[in-house]
Design a protein. Structure first.
Length: 524
């Protein structure tokens, strides 16, 4: 779901200088009808950077600054969604697009719908304000391919106004086989398909109906058509070299065990990444699952399933289940800064050189972070211990421990072992600090959310929450403020192992933790 960095859009870019106003481009596009359906010289990789790990360079170029396709990139790069696709061609029992709450982060939720022209203007406005925004996704609020004209018009406009932004698409897959050629022609090089089952009997419990070929289908018949079309679309995309991610919603008692089979099916068809997400289900959302009391998984249930699939293929664990109009780093949402009213008042111009210069600085920071991690990891060499534990981290991004405990809206969770520090997820929480004082109810939810962690790393923390966390068996750690997360976590873990070895500390397993449903995402 993106166009490779720095490549042109589907038609020859009208840009002659890096700075160009969106109105000028709109005018050119309007005068040059059909340009989005021609050209498209294939997916050239920009071919500038070296590969990473065992990833081929061409793939690395596609993922290295995509915050969803690279866990490491999500600390540094942002994405935005434009809500240009209101209609949907299926019904999922976990979805209700009528629900709209500005404080809710959930797919399908949006505050306003945009025309392709408004969307293109918004992208330029955001790109000028957030130079590390590298990916534009269309993910709803309905299904982008149930609204193909609006979706592809938006991609066309953006590929011409903002040629360095990767284009990304998220779909339920029903209409996918009909649009694969168009997707390839528009250089949309990252596509996510939500696949919750490959068994129609299970599918019938998730999807009450689909609308396909001018007809409504229900039950097992509907689910059979859906799974066939999803898998066919996946095969067609991967055959064209388009990077595919599969999202699956984990619904305990419905498809949780079955997702291992889904994992195998999508891997064998060339999916690059599998993202198993927890069901978000609360009665107030008005969804079928919410109203019937279907529960979501606990944190440990989710992790166990992700772990069991990991041997098969790359697993995504940093998904934030974004709104269809989300803007910013994953885990933050700045969409309120870019309402249509506000962007119409903004002077927007696309400063390509400025964006490249900023991103070069981000890359330097990223390289320093990785070097620091490796240096610290070397100090663990030769240590042997079976101990594996989780720690939570308060961060505002850039891979740093740079958030106060009381201001954290989420904690990132790392698994520590003698192999190093591995990101395994995040936990949304209620803000503890409510305008200068601590909220005791909020602290309880934080403790519930990170109850499976042995320590929490913060930039700063007050005396009261420190005591309560300690009583709950979670060590508050503020000695690594503003340092790199992984380097610090490894250093702390080394000390932990030493204390256990000397008998100063007894290592005890922790319990399970709760996944917060529908967390607040607005700034404090
Ligand atoms: Fe958006 Fe999706 Fe593209 Fe990312 S989101 S269309 S791949 S740019 Fe990312 Fe958000 Fe999870 Fe989606 S965190 S919900 S996986
Ligand atoms: Fe909602 Fe997406 Fe399912 Fe359509 S495909 S019903 S928009 S979750």
């Amino acid at each position: 779901m993106h166009a490779s960095t720095q490549q042109d859009g589907p038609a020859a870019s009208p840009l002659t200088t890096p700075l160009v106003t969106i109105d000028a481009v709109m005018q050119q596009v309007a005068e040059h009808k059909g340009c989005g359906t021609q050209g498209g010289s294939g997916k050239a990789s920009c071919g500038s950077a070296a590969g990473q790990g065992d990833l081929p360079t061409e793939i690395w170029e596609k993922v290295k600054n995509h915050p969803c396709y690279s866990e490491e990139a999500h600390h540094h790069y942002a994405r935005m969604h434009v809500a240009v696709a209101p209609a949907c061609n299926i019904q999922c029992n976990y979805c209700n697009r009528k629900y709209d709450c500005a404080n809710e982060s959930r797919p399908g939720v949006v505050s306003e719908r945009l025309t392709p022209e408004q969307a293109a203007r918004k992208v330029v406005a955001v790109a000028s304000t957030i130079p590390q925004m590298t990916v534009l996704g269309i993910a709803g609020p309905g299904d982008p391919l149930a609204n193909p004209a609006k979706t592809f018009k938006t991609f066309e406009l953006i590929s011409q106004t903002a040629p360095d932004i990767k284009l990304c698409l998220s779909t339920n897959g029903l209409a996918l086989p009909d649009h694969v050629d168009t997707i390839a022609r528009y250089n949309v090089d990252h596509v996510t398909i939500t696949i919750n089952m490959v068994d129609p009997e299970i599918g019938a419990k998730i999807y009450p109906w689909i609308f396909w070929n001018h007809k409504r289908y229900t039950g097992v018949e509907a689910a059979k058509i859906l799974t066939d079309r999803q898998l066919q679309g996946l095969e067609m995309l991967t055959a064209r070299g388009i990077l595919c991610k599969v999202n699956s919603v984990m619904i305990p008692g419905v498809n949780d065990r079955h997702l291992v089979e889904v994992n195998r099916a999508v891997k064998s068809r060339g999916a690059f990444l599998h993202n198993i997400m927890p069901l978000i289900s609360a009665p107030e959302h008005g969804t079928v699952f919410g109203l019937t009391g279907q529960r979501g998984p606990t944190a440990q249930e989710l992790k166990a399933l992700q772990d069991s699939c990991e041997g098969e293929m790359n697993m995504m664990r940093h998904c934030r289940q974004c709104r269809a109009d989300a803007v910013g780093l994953l885990g933050e949402d700045r969409s309120a800064e870019f309402t249509t009213e506000k962007i119409m008042e903004m002077e927007v111009a696309y400063d390509l050189d400025g964006r490249r210069a900023y991103q070069a600085k981000v890359e330097a920071e990223r390289v320093a972070k990785v070097a620091a991690k490796h240096e610290e990891l070397a100090t663990l060499a030769g240590e042997s211990s079976d101990i594996t534990l989780l720690v939570a981290v308060a961060t505002k991004g850039s891979g740093l421990i740079n958030e106060h405990f009381g201001h954290a809206k989420e904690f990132q969770v790392y698994e520590l072992s003698t192999a190093g520090a591995k990101f395994v997820g995040h936990r949304r929480v209620d803000l503890y600090c409510q305008g200068g004082y601590g909220d005791e109810g909020g602290l309880e939810t934080v403790i519930r959310a990170i109850n499976d962690c042995h320590a929490v790393f913060v930039a700063k923390i007050g005396g009261c929450p420190k005591d309560d966390l300690t009583k709950a068996g979670i060590e508050p750690v503020d000695g690594y403020a503003h340092e790199f997360i992984e380097k610090s976590a490894i250093a702390w873990f080394k000390g932990y192992l030493e204390k256990v070895a000397s008998g100063a500390l007894e290592h005890r397993p922790r319990g399970d933790a709760a996944i917060r449903q529908g967390a607040l995402i607005v700034a404090a």
